[in-house]
Design a protein around this ligand. Structure first.
Ligand SMILES: CC(C)(COP(=O)(O)OP(=O)(O)OC[C@H]1O[C@@H](n2cnc3c(N)ncnc32)[C@H](O)[C@@H]1OP(=O)(O)O)[C@@H](O)C(=O)NCCC(=O)NCCS
Length: 159
């Protein structure tokens, strides 16, 4: 897909993308990933590192794992000044569609219980809350565990 006309496109992340990715990460999280954490996922064979571009500018990124027929969403963010325009949905949906092609039976993620924007996005795409991971985050906060399966498409959920 081309982004020359302002349409978003998803590309594999490279090390050259890291300055833009780190800027978005630091603008998005109180406890941002370090450059080393991004490099580790870029080097990992199971890592799925993607950037979202519009008119040649990186405005978002997504980091996932694909292991044994399962997807795990580790990190996703959109530039604050580009939020609420459907780009987050486009990016996560693209990741799920890649997973469908790989034959995933399930995808999961962790999210802070107070992150309404992210939870709203994930629910829109068919994720359901399946549990809670105690003291998951560095500050001791619990995480909600959310799960998606291809069945959510058959039951009419968008993805
Ligand atoms: C979560 C995030 C990636 C969403 O990206 P986005 O581009 O703003 O999302 P979209 O515009 O595609 O919105 C998709 C859906 O998310 C939900 N959503 C988005 N903003 C919302 C808000 N302020 N309140 C409630 N739901 C919201 C809605 O369901 C929305 O669908 P709609 O537009 O049809 O109502 C973005 O808010 C972000 O980068 N947040 C900071 C980083 C973060 O928290 N990442 C997730 C870690 S688990």
């Amino acid at each position: 897909m081309s982004d020359l006309d302002g349409e978003p496109s998803v590309c594999a992340m490279t090390a050259e993308d890291l300055p833009a990715v780190l800027e978005i990460e630091r603008l998005s999280f109180d406890d941002p990933w370090s450059e080393r954490m991004f490099l580790d996922t870029l080097e990992a064979p199971v890592g799925q590192c993607r950037v979202l571009e519009v008119r040649g500018r990186i405005i978002g990124f997504l980091i996932g794992w694909s292991v044994a027929g399962e997807g795990h969403l580790l990190n996703v963010a959109v530039r604050p000044d580009e939020r609420g325009k459907g780009f987050g949905r486009f990016l996560v949906n693209h990741w799920l569609m890649e997973g469908l092609e790989e034959g995933w039976t399930v995808a999961f993620l962790e999210v802070r219980p107070g992150n309404r924007e992210a939870i709203g996005l994930y629910e829109d795409l068919g994720f359901i809350t399946a549990g809670r991971r105690k003291s998951y985050y560095p500050n001791g906060e619990d995480a909600l565990l959310m799960v998606w399966s291809p069945d959510s498409l058959r039951s009419g959920r968008q993805a």
